[in-house]
Design a protein around this ligand. Structure first.
Ligand code: SAH
Length: 319
């Protein structure tokens, strides 16, 4: 018997080490190069607002194939050469297979965000938090029970945690690893300056519900029966992350569509499309729409920035 978070950590470590995740799902940077470009320039804007420190860490957690960072760096090189000269790239990746896919990037690799060396930092993470292991609790008549996994099924054990007032049968999730990560960022960014941009899917307000899901070859699968073969994810509880991030200043979460449009997604697409044959221009626009429209990834996905309080309002979070 294994607690759900231990099960999920083990299953995902095996999954990311042995399988090609991008056969099972498509992420924003794989849909349009503009996603990485805009995030790269966002990082540059933070650097400018920090007062252009001579050295700054540009970090990414869970870079996957490295696509976001490749697009970001290309754009930074062209548009903000002074930022390019100041930045040192640090990537947090546990999968040897994905590290190999990122190996052309001029970076230093780490197993955990806590291993990144000190100094002012801008951290980017897209679809990283949803892969982190969660715990689940179920409200029963006589109190809270925690979910464990044994032989492909849930087993419940009484829990002493007080998880609030919810009707019988409610499932409440908690991602301890994500909360610890945000507490670490709070301490670090308060001391050394910078900001973190977290983009993922989940509701803006905490709500009970079982959001654990498995994708196997692009199709939903039983999360408990395909350990290591399927990608396991859960909704990110942005409100809980915001509470854990004090005393940083949270910006958002705002819907991804609004965030990207604010950063100039469609202006950039128009530039790229100009002079292209109509089919290519249409494909560029379709990709942008998929990222930004409410029935694509525009509403379910959210952007949350956690900033040193001395930073002014950052791009993409206009009220
Ligand atoms: N950001 C990429 C990839 C998302 S998939 C994109 O948008 O395409 C999740 C990424 O996080 C993968 O690179 C995976 O190997 C990495 N990852 C998952 N759990 C991790 C952990 N606990 N520590 C470090 N990296 C992890």
């Amino acid at each position: 018997m294994e607690r759900l978070d231990a099960f999920m950590a083990r299953a995902n470590a095996a999954y990311y080490a042995e399988r090609d995740p991008f056969a099972d799902f498509t992420t924003a940077p794989e849909i349009s190069q503009v996603f990485g470009e805009l995030l790269g320039l966002w990082a540059g804007a933070v650097w400018v607002m920090m007062g252009k420190p001579a050295q700054v860490i540009l970090a990414e957690a869970g870079p996957g194939r490295g696509t976001l960072m490749r697009d970001a760096l290309r754009c930074i090189e062209r548009m903000m050469p002074d930022f390019r000269a100041a930045l040192r790239l640090h990537l947090v990746e546990t999968s040897p297979r994905l590290r190999a896919a990122q190996s052309d990037l001029p970076a230093t690799w780490h197993d955990a965000v806590t291993d990144i060396p000190g100094g002012p930092m801008v951290l980017l993470a897209n679809e990283f938090l949803d892969a982190l292991p969660i715990r689940q609790f179920v409200r029963r008549a006589d109190g809270w029970q925690e979910r464990y996994v044994a032989e492909g099924a849930f087993v419940e054990q009484a829990s002493l945690l007080d998880l609030g007032n919810h009707p019988e049968g409610s499932v409440v999730e908690r991602c301890d690893v994500a909360l610890e990560l945000v507490r670490h960022l709070a301490a670090r960014l308060m001391r050394q300056g910078g900001a973190a941009l977290l983009i993922d899917y989940g509701p803006a307000e905490s709500a009970p519900g079982d959001s654990l899901q498995a994708l196997l070859e692009g199709r939903p699968a039983d999360p408990l029966r395909e350990a290591g073969r399927a990608d396991l994810t859960a909704h990110v509880d942005f409100a809980a992350l915001v509470r854990a991030s004090a005393p940083l200043r949270p910006l958002g979460p705002v819907p991804q569509g609004r965030f990207l449009a604010d950063l100039g997604l469609f202006r950039r697409i128009d530039r790229l499309a100009a002079g292209q044959p109509p089919e290519q221009a249409m494909a560029l626009l379709a990709a942008a729409r998929r990222l930004a429209e409410p029935d694509g990834m525009g509403r379910l996905f959210k952007a949350l920035a956690l900033c040193h309080p001395a930073l002014p309002l950052l791009p993409g979070f206009a009220v």
